[in-house]
Ligand binder design. Structure first.
Ligand SMILES: [Fe+2]
Ligand SMILES: [Fe+2]
Length: 154
């Protein structure tokens, strides 16, 4: 397989994660209950719309290089509670980010503009992962993390 074909394959894999994101986030926006409903609803609705935007951009990139954009979504995870939904979101974003990073290795086989676009796009996807690391409390802080004397809440 040529480097360009490998690039197209990786971009199509990324597209399948974006398509999964449209459905997964839309579904989770409609299933929220409890006190976190209002703010997470906006979060998931925005995420679904962003996945649609990204699907369109990536689809155009694939077409312009002579590839056929996939219609098959990647794995769509469903969760019943806000915590599980955020964890499912983090998994999806990590898989998408990793695929974009793999695609970057072959972007020179496409064209410079696509390579520059992909670098920018990867930094945007990394922000999604970073935000979800905090939202899922994969990273969280306690009193023990504060410099001595900084905790004056008592
Ligand atoms: Fe995306
Ligand atoms: Fe994302």
């Amino acid at each position: 397989m040529s480097r360009k074909d490998t690039f197209l394959e990786k971009m199509n894999e990324a597209l399948s994660w974006e398509l999964a994101g449209i459905v997964q986030y839309m579904n989770h926006a409609t299933m929220l209950t409890g006190t976190e409903k209002s703010h997470l609803e906006d979060f998931f609705e925005d995420a679904s719309e962003e996945a649609l935007d990204h699907s369109q951009i990536v689809g155009h990139k694939i077409s312009a290089l002579g590839g056929v954009p996939t219609v098959e979504p990647a794995r769509i995870r469903q969760a019943a509670d806000p915590e599980g939904m955020l964890k499912a979101a983090l998994k999806l974003e990590r898989e998408a980010l990793q695929t974009y990073e793999e695609a970057l290795e072959y972007a020179d086989a496409a064209n410079k503009g696509t390579a520059f676009w992909l670098e920018d796009h990867i930094s945007e996807e990394q922000e999604h992962v970073d935000e979800l690391i905090l939202l899922t409390k994969e990273v969280s802080f306690g009193e023990q993390d504060l410099p001595t004397g900084a905790s004056q809440t008592g």
